[in-house]
Design a protein around this ligand. Structure first.
Ligand code: ZN
Length: 195
């Protein structure tokens, strides 16, 4: 699939909205990404991860590890596409941990997989958690890299969509200055509809 075909899927399920948004961080943006809206359809989730998985397939990973909650479905479907194990990390007292009896062998090669890379913070926390558990991170994957590709890791990274999503402080937002009403996505089920 080309990036345009992937974009079309995201737009079709309203997982990528264009307009004027108030993000959960309080910043304003002209685009809003909600991967859960594509991932709610298992066949679409599978279709996307069958595209993403092979981009990381040559790295020799044995296991995929994804941060809960956002990464779980992507991790599971990428692991399915590559025939690997799918584990997830979760926060306990704010710290990313591997729980539920999940175990990594010493030196086990691991892909860390996410739905969206924004700053790379949760990806790095997951990677650190994998390394602390004895695993070796060999690659990073995400459906969307919304840093415009600027977030770098010291292992190969693959994303289906690379978007340079701009954000602004509300005081400094050009869309506010134009008088465009801002919407807070995800606050009500089925909201917002693009203007
Ligand atoms: Zn604004």
């Amino acid at each position: 699939m080309t990036e345009d075909e992937i974009l079309k899927i995201f737009r079709e399920y309203s997982a990528l909205l264009e307009g004027h948004f108030i993000l959960s961080s309080g910043l304003h943006s002209d685009r809003y990404i909600q991967c859960a809206l594509v991932l709610q359809h298992p066949r679409v989730a599978e279709q996307l991860c069958v595209e993403l998985g092979p981009k990381l397939g040559e790295l020799g990973a044995k296991t995929v590890v994804a941060p809960a909650l956002g990464g779980v479905i992507v991790g599971h479907e990428v692991a399915r596409a590559l025939g690997l194990r799918a584990l997830f990390t979760e926060r306990q007292n704010g710290e990313m941990t591997l729980r539920r009896g999940f175990h990594l062998e010493q030196g086990e090669p691991v892909l860390v997989v996410e739905d969206v890379i924004t700053t790379g913070k949760s990806t790095r926390e997951t990677a650190n958690c994998v390394e602390d558990a004895g695993g070796k991170v060999v690659g990073i994957g995400a459906l969307v890299d919304r840093s415009g590709g600027k977030v770098a890791f010291d292992v190969p990274k693959a994303a289906l969509l690379t978007l340079d999503v701009k954000t602004w402080d509300p005081d400094n937002c050009p869309l506010c200055r134009e008088g465009k009403p801002a919407v807070k996505p995800g606050s009500r089920p089925g909201q917002p509809k693009p203007a």
